[in-house]
Design a protein around this ligand. Structure first.
Ligand code: UD1
Length: 373
């Protein structure tokens, strides 16, 4: 990767701020496409995610360049974590004087980077702008709204986001519909998702359900976590369930007896390739993740999202996603398993517009034009 710590090159340095697992998946095609255009780039890892299986393995598997620096902010309450992010990122931005700061998604590292950059009058590009759950109890919704207000480039993955941004007063010339870079990564790696190996490695039968659960609303309160565990056991009565457990909620879910069902297989977090292999081979997915709603849409795997809302409604209108209340989980899983996967289960169904594997190049074009200006 062309690098330039001084920021003295033609268009100046494009500085990517990455912090949490989904950021890495979205950034990989953008960094690659900018590299192909000769852009000077730097990567600042905030250290929001730091376990080897939450961070490093993604850099290795996705061919992301080693970060120029890792701020090591680690975990903490929202205030403590965001404050540490602001201080660390401001120091980096002052020292590196980038031409543009690129932020991804909706995690705490995203909003902190946007705020620190805006206060220094450094332009910000937000990849995955304009998604809205309209649920301000979700930390991600707060992060998204604030980041979009601060961004000079709102790079949009889904058409309805354009209307959300316009309604919030974002000038239309800042908004660019570019497609979904998370799907670029998925399509680029399809051949590497080895479902047979995943089955053998996790000792799974032909038909299994893959589950993930990490949202604060589902796992932070022990009573809610216990209710959810009861329903997951109900799903395991129907088919084997494999659940790679995110560190958040691990203790609460295990305390509620998650692993006390013979057909529920609790696993450590997986790397990108193993995880997507397991998703691809699943009869159905049960989740509260954002990205997985999108990935199952393209892989044609039925997805039951245990949330009251989604900022990704296109995965319902165009994909395989369905929102379910915890109490609906077992009957909905029964239906999904009985229906089986759609006929074209390995390829796109009605693919959302521009989820075509070319979002990275489109984003790079917008960024190159902006930094030349
Ligand atoms: C964050 C994002 C969420 C995203 C998720 C993807 C915010 C507010 N939330 O949630 O939108 O869906 O990442 O994974 O930014 N932990 C570890 N090791 C790690 C990272 C975290 O043990 O490498 C544990 C710590 O106990 C930590 C907890 O997980 O307190 C939560 O981590 P945090 O980064 O605050 O939020 P996530 O739940 O991961």
């Amino acid at each position: 990767m062309a690098q330039n710590g001084s920021g003295a090159r033609d268009g100046g340095t494009v500085l990517h701020v990455l912090g949490a697992r989904p950021n890495f998946v979205k950034a990989a095609p953008v960094v690659r496409a900018l590299d192909g255009r000769g852009a000077a780039q730097a990567v600042v890892h905030t250290g929001q995610h730091y376990d080897e299986r939450m961070s490093e393995i993604f850099f290795t598997e996705l061919g992301l360049p080693e970060p120029d620096v890792n701020l090591g902010v680690g975990s903490g309450g929202h205030a403590a974590q965001t404050a540490a992010l602001l201080v660390g990122l401001e120091e980096q931005f002052v020292a590196r004087a980038p031409r543009l700061v690129v932020v991804y998604g909706d995690v705490n590292s995203t909003v902190a980077a946007a705020l620190a950059a805006a206060k220094l009058h450094i332009p910000v590009a937000h990849v995955e702008a304009g998604l809205r759950s309209f649920d301000m109890t979700m930390p991600e919704e707060v992060n998204r709204r604030l980041t979009d207000q601060l961004a000079d480039l709102c790079l949009v993955t889904s058409p309805e986001a354009i209307g959300h941004l316009a309604n919030e007063g974002v000038p239309v010339d800042r908004i660019h519909l570019v497609g979904n870079p998370m799907i670029d990564t998925l399509l680029a790696n399809l051949d590497r998702f080895d479902t047979e190996r995943a089955r053998a490695e996790y000792d799974l039968p032909e038909r299994y359900v893959l589950a993930t659960m990490h949202r604060p609303a589902n796992v932070d309160d022990p009573a809610t976590a216990a209710e959810l565990v009861g329903h997951l056991h109900g799903v395991a009565d129907l088919a084997d369930v494999v659940i790679p457990v995110h560190p958040r909620g691990r203790a609460a879910l295990l305390a509620a007896g998650l692993d006390r069902h013979p057909r529920l297989h609790v696993r450590e977090p997986l790397g990108y390739l193993d995880f997507l292999a397991a998703v691809r081979g699943a009869a159905a997915v049960v989740t509260d993740s954002g990205g997985l709603q999108e990935e199952t849409t393209i892989l044609g795997v039925p997805c039951l999202t245990v949330r009251p809302n989604t900022e990704r409604p296109i995965t319902i209108s165009h994909g395989t996603n369905r929102l379910v209340a915890p109490a609906e989980l077992v009957p909905e899983a029964r239906k999904a398993l009985a229906a089986g996967r759609p006929a074209d289960a390995t390829g796109p169904l009605r693919t959302p517009p521009l989820w075509d594997g070319q979002a990275g190049p489109r984003i790079a074009d917008v960024i190159m034009e902006f930094t030349r200006g």
